[in-house]
Design a protein around this ligand. Structure first.
Ligand SMILES: *Cc1c(COP(=O)(O)O)cnc(C)c1O
Length: 366
């Protein structure tokens, strides 16, 4: 890789498109795939990721941050895009300028959008049991009534985010609530509302809840864990994190190497340094794990710096300046897996990708 500072993450867009295709196969052609590309496309770049998921067969997008919506529109992408609740009522005009389907999560946001006096598509986010964001049951009737009375707002759908897919009884209770909200809409004359409740795990575990559209994020990025990961054969999108050695030092037995501690070292030691650190999403303190050099494992030693990592290459005689170092991914048949890296970082897989991708230079493959 021709980079002044060799430190980067490889993002496999072909794998992303493939995963979206798998998702669409799973839900069927009649169900809209609204691809969740929140948090800057899980750190991978909202506009690039938006283009890739649409290429892969998604019909629409969901973002959770106006900046991401703007990045997608600035890239000339005009697919329908839902903006999750993420703004106070005072930002209604800024939201309207983004050309998104806005989320109504309370009566105040509804009034603020209506007050702009311009045509605007909205969706209701229904509080069905998660307890985070959404229109409370007491407000459903009033919310439908306010849309009916509005010359500006067009209600295109209702959605919710289901809590705890490991617990079918809880899912059933939340769906009963959601259905109640839907029926109140029917009663008020909203006959064409699109319903959406399925995030990744729900798509896999409760196919009867795919409804009109599904709203999956992690599945497309190969970021599911446990039994959910086994339910669909997605490919890794974060395919590698790499750096390169910029200095190698040799120390004889008995030398005092400050980086390794105050005691003289017991045996001859070779250390190599690479320009990637905790500022790039890794950790300062042990456990720091291992990396691959010449397809062999080398332990990370000492403490990681904000921009540097030191590895022990005593047993890798060939290691020298310029050599590729793999912190995640494969090298000539050897591999550091995402699960392994997650154990060292003490982070679930879904946190690693946004953390590393957001900070490291990105190289897109495929
Ligand atoms: C993040 C999110 C999703 C997608 O969840 P995944 O587990 O990534 O599929 C769906 N809906 C809402 C409201 C979300 O915030």
């Amino acid at each position: 890789m021709d980079m002044a500072r060799p430190a980067w993450i490889e993002i496999d867009l072909a794998a992303l498109r493939y995963n979206v295709g798998l998702l669409h196969e799973r839900v069927g052609a009649d169900v809209e795939v609204m691809a969740v590309i929140k948090s800057d496309g899980f750190g991978c770049g909202a506009a690039v990721i938006a283009a890739a998921v649409l290429d892969g067969g998604a019909e629409s997008l969901a973002v959770g941050n106006p900046d991401d919506a703007r990045a997608v529109r600035d890239a000339g992408i005009d697919a329908p895009m839902l903006l999750y609740a993420s703004t106070p009522p005072s930002a209604a005009a800024q939201v309207a300028a983004l050309d998104v389907i806005a989320t109504v999560h309370d009566l105040e946001s509804l009034a603020a959008f209506d007050g702009l006096g311009k045509p605007m598509d909205v969706q209701f986010k229904i509080e069905a049991g998660l307890g985070r964001l959404g229109l409370n049951p007491d407000d459903w009737q009033a919310a439908y009534g306010a849309v009916q009375a509005s010359d500006n707002l067009r209600l295109v759908g209702i959605y919710t985010h289901l809590n705890g897919p490991d617990n079918p009884a809880s899912i059933k209770r939340q769906i009963a609530e959601f259905d109640r909200a839907y029926k109140i809409g029917l009663g008020a004359g909203f006959n064409n509302l699109r319903r959406m409740v399925a995030s990744s795990n729900v798509v896999l575990g409760y196919p009867e809840l795919n409804y009109d559209a599904v709203n999956a994020g992690r599945l497309m990025f190969h970021l599911l864990d446990g039994k959910w990961a086994d339910m669909i054969d997605t490919r890794p999108v974060m395919s590698a994190v790499k750096s390169a050695i910029i200095q190698v030092k040799e120390f004889p037995a008995g030398a005092v190497v400050g980086f390794l501690g105050p005691e003289p070292i017991a045996k001859p030691t070779r250390l190599a340094v690479m320009p990637i650190g905790f500022g790039d999403g890794f950790k300062h303190r042990p456990p720091l794990g291992e990396v691959l050099v010449h397809a062999q494992r080398a332990p990370v030693v000492g403490r990681r710096g904000i921009e540097h990592t030191v590895i022990d290459v005593t047993d890798i005689g060939a290691a020298s300046v310029g050599d590729e170092v793999v912190l995640l991914g494969q090298q000539d048949g050897a591999e550091i897996s995402g699960t392994e890296l997650g154990d060292w970082l003490d982070l679930p897989l879904m946190e690693i990708l946004p953390r590393l991708a957001r900070t490291l230079p990105k190289v897109y493959l495929g």
